[in-house]
Design a protein around this ligand. Structure first.
Ligand code: HEM
Length: 503
């Protein structure tokens, strides 16, 4: 028989095998799977590609879809053949508690192409090794040591506000992200990229990161597409997919930085600060096995730190500002507190320690963190071999589980009138802190929490003490976002007139 004859005979057999396998898995998933008794949309019970359809074809925001599903199906919904989402806030503490060593879920976490980073390692053990090295750079003491740098970045943002303020206002969507990007770049490599100096705050790296957010959703469902964009030569990738060109530029910039350091570690000595995160990451003695990670791993860590550290802080400052502008009386209260702590602008500015003691400032930050929620997607975890009880529900081993932070932060039993901006609620009860989950909880909680708090305290304090702000144009009633892991704000950017106060 000719080759073409063999192929002609095999093709129908291969096709039939695929069809039979498809029918078998569908019947198994719907009727016999250990999760068969949990309610959920019929297609979600049958295939993971239901979620892909909702996210990639319908372009719907999955955390919002989850809200509708829970209203229809109750507190536990089966959103994939092997996946449950919990709406009950107690589930949050059951899943993300300190003593849990649960793995992260591969499809979601591999989509970021940061598999060998603190954020991307799937297992607790691998992540712990890296976190042990990094945690020294993010400890409370380290961040206090970087206070001068943090103040400098905030001052540079304010100087840029003063310079760039013009008819039409400044773009706060990008401005705060630029500041956070300069901060993390300086902490990593000792030199800022001066993102805040870009005209209208459109620093290419920040714009590229912003535009690339929705693309990662597609990476979740197609390795082929992901590799086509991220692993083929940059010039070809830019040609094949102009919409992701910015992401490729960002990768090249970080790769150059890391390759330079790996090729010639002596270059570390030339960095303006001698105690950067990459001094630490490239110090073999910092590791239990005395081995510096591969250049690829160091690159992925840099990407993880940029993505984790810039948009999150930027979004919180933007959402807080949006709400304060909608509530002049709360803005006034904040400014009054700041004026008392910092009566004359030209005199000693308050230190981080002083800002920690300002109750209303801290309440404003908590309320901004609650409303922006940090990461809005469910942080998917795998139930270990012994199974688990989550919010009172017996959950089989191997199940993918999550409870999104928005289901905690917008729960009206915990936060009455959850859509309202009420910093005062944090002053009335300390118990609420138990339900602040913006930085997640447990062994994979945010490693940058101290840095984030420092940036938020200094950001709010300096900007609100130094500027009177008013909306340029219409007040957007809401800042609509889509769940792309972080919230992706896709509406009109928040533009604000900034007027320097006299003293
Ligand atoms: C308002 C600011 C921030 C918020 C709301 C936030 C939120 C979070 C959340 C929810 C996680 C858990 C993600 C997961 O389980 O998949 C996380 C992890 C992480 N964050 Fe942050 N973050 C913020 C700022 C920062 C900053 C400034 C950095 C440092 C550059 C940072 C670095 C990280 C890293 C490295 C992880 C991975 C930890 C691990 O998986 O073990 N974050 N963050």
């Amino acid at each position: 028989m000719h080759d073409s004859g063999i192929l002609a005979a095999l093709l129908p057999a291969a096709f039939a095998t695929v069809v039979v396998y498809g029918i078998y898995t569908t019947v198994y998933n719907v009727l016999f799977h250990p999760l068969a008794k949990f309610p959920g949309p019929p297609m979600a019970r049958a295939t993971v590609y239901w979620k892909a359809y909702v996210e990639c074809i319908q372009h719907r925001s999955f955390c919002h879809v989850l809200g509708e599903l829970h209203a229809q199906y109750g507190p536990v919904v089966r959103v994939g053949p092997n996946e449950l989402h919990f709406a009950n806030p107690t589930a949050y503490h059951d899943i993300y508690k300190n003593k849990n060593r649960w793995d992260k879920e591969a499809r979601l976490y591999k989509s970021f192409n940061e598999d060998r980073s603190s954020f991307g390692f799937l297992t607790y053990a691998e992540a712990k090794n890296r976190r042990d090295v990094l945690s020294r750079s993010f400890s409370q003491a380290a961040i206090e040591g970087s206070e001068g740098l943090c103040v400098q970045m905030t001052n540079e943002l304010c100087a840029a506000f003063a310079r760039q303020s013009k008819a039409g206002g400044v773009d706060l969507h990008f401005a705060f992200k630029c500041m956070a990007m300069d901060m993390i770049m300086t902490l990593c490599f000792g030199k800022p990229i001066h993102a805040v100096d870009a005209p209208d705050f459109k620093a290419p790296i920040v714009v590229a990161m912003d535009a690339s957010s929705p693309i990662f959703i597609r990476f979740k469902y197609s390795d082929l597409y992901k590799n086509m964009i991220l692993k083929c030569p940059p010039a070809l990738s830019r040609m094949l997919s102009p919409e992701t060109a910015g992401l490729v530029d960002l990768q090249e910039l970080l790769r150059r930085q890391i390759n330079d350091l790996c090729d010639d570690p002596e270059k570390l000595k030339q960095l303006p600060h001698n105690n950067t995160i990459y001094h630490r990451l490239m110090d073999a003695k910092a590791y239990r096995d005395n081995t510096v990670p591969s250049p690829d791993s160091l690159y992925e860590e840099a990407q993880a730190l940029m993505f984790a550290g810039a948009d999150t802080v930027g979004n919180t400052l933007m959402v807080g500002t949006h709400r304060l502008l909608q509530h002049p009386e709360k803005m006034h209260k904040l400014k009054t507190e700041l004026l008392k702590a910092w009566p004359v602008l030209s005199e000693r500015e308050p230190r981080l320690r002083d800002l920690e003691g300002l109750p209303y400032l801290n309440a404003v930050i908590k309320e901004s963190l609650r409303l922006s929620s940090g990461v809005v997607s469910g942080l998917l975890r795998i139930v270990p071999p012994n199974g688990a009880i989550i919010a009172g529900v017996v959950t089989p081993p191997g199940t993918i589980v999550s409870c999104g932070s928005t289901f905690v932060h917008y729960n009206s039993d915990i936060f009455p009138e959850p859509n309202q901006f009420k910093p005062e609620r944090w002053l009335e009860s300390n118990d609420l802190d138990n339900w602040m989950v913006a930085f997640s909880r447990g062994p994979r909680a945010c490693i940058g929490i101290n840095l984030a708090w420092a940036e938020l305290r200094l950001g709010f304090a300096h900007v609100y003490r130094k500027f009177d702000m008013s909306l340029a144009g219409e007040t957007p009633e809401q800042l609509p976002y889509r769940d792309t892991f972080l919230p992706y704000f896709h509406g009109e950017h928040l533009r604000v007139n900034m007027k320097l106060v006299d003293a």
